[in-house]
Design a protein around this ligand. Structure first.
Ligand code: ADP
Ligand code: 5GP
Length: 193
C-alpha cells in the first residue's frame, strides 16, 4: 500500500506568544511530526544549537540559498533573514511525516500561496501586557530588540484573519489541546483524552 503524504502546519504568532513552547510540546507528545529547521542570519542565543534550533549562517550563504531557489519561503524579520529549506520539508512529507513550521506572518502567507493545502494556525497572546511580560521573562532579547518585537505584535495580530485557525495561548494546557485537535483532525484521527 502506498504511504500517505504528511501534512503541512504553519504556526505564527507575535514573538513571545508561546509558539515555540507549543511546537516543542507537539513534537514531544504527538507521533510522526517533525519541526522544520529554518536558516537564519540572526545571532545564536546561548541555549540554541546549530542544526537543531536553526541553521545559523552569514548573509552571503543565505543569499546563495536564495539564488539557488532552495527556500520554500523566506522573509526579513526583525532586520534579519529567515527561511525554510524546501528539500528537508518535502522529504519528510514524502515519507509520511507531518511537518510543523514556525514562521512569521509573511512566511506563512507565502507558504499558503505555494502550498494551498497547508493549515495556518495563529497563536494569540491573551493581551499585549502579558506578551510583554513573557518576553521579559524569557529575557533572550533586551532593550531595542524586545521593543521591536513588541511593536510588530499588533501588526501581526491584525493579520490573524488570514489564518485557518486562531488559538489564544492563555492557559498553556488548553492552548496545546486546541493545537493537538487541529493536527489530529487534519490527520483524520480521533482525539482521545
Ligand atoms: P515564541 O516562540 O512565540 O516567541 P515562546 O514559546 O518562547 O514564544 O514563549 C515565550 C515565553 O512565554 C517563554 O518563556 C514561555 O515559557 C512562556 N509561555 C509560553 N506559553 C505560556 C503560557 N500559556 N503562560 C505563561 N507563559 C507562557
Ligand atoms: P526568533 O528570532 O524569535 O527565533 O524568530 C523570530 C521570528 O522569525 C518568529 O516570528 C518566527 O516565527 C520567524 N521565523 C523563524 N523561522 C522562520 C522562517 O524560516 N521563515 C520565516 N518567514 N519566519 C521565520
Amino acid at each position: 500500500m502506498m504511504q500517505s503524504r504528511g501534512r503541512l502546519f504553519v504556526i505564527s504568532a507575535p514573538s513571545g506568544a508561546g509558539k515555540s513552547t507549543l511546537i516543542d510540546r507537539s513534537c514531544r507528545e504527538l507521533p510522526n511530526i517533525w519541526h522544520s529547521i529554518s536558516a537564519t542570519t540572526r545571532p545564536r542565543r546561548e541555549y540554541e544549537e546549530d542544526g537543531v534550533h536553526y541553521f545559523f549562517m552569514e548573509r552571503p550563504r543565505f543569499d546563495e540559498m536564495i539564488a539557488r531557489n532552495e527556500f520554500l519561503e523566506w522573509a526579513h524579520v526583525f532586520e534579519e533573514c529567515y527561511g525554510t529549506p524546501a528539500e528537508a520539508v518535502d522529504a519528510r512529507l514524502a515519507g509520511g511525516d507531518d511537518v510543523i513550521m514556525d514562521l512569521d506572518v509573511q512566511g506563512a502567507l507565502q507558504v499558503k500561496r505555494r502550498r494551498a493545502e497547508a493549515s495556518l494556525v495563529f497563536v494569540m497572546p491573551p493581551s499585549l501586557d502579558e506578551l510583554s511580560t513573557r518576553l521579559e521573562q524569557r529575557a533572550t532579547e533586551t532593550g531595542e530588540d524586545a521593543e521591536l518585537r513588541l511593536s510588530r505584535a499588533e501588526e501581526e495580530m491584525a493579520q490573524s484573519h488570514q489564518f485557518d485557525h486562531v488559538i489564544i495561548n492563555d492557559d498553556l494546557d488548553v492552548a496545546f489541546q486546541e493545537l493537538k485537535k487541529i493536527i489530529l483532525n487534519h490527520r483524520g484521527e480521533v482525539d482521545s483524552p
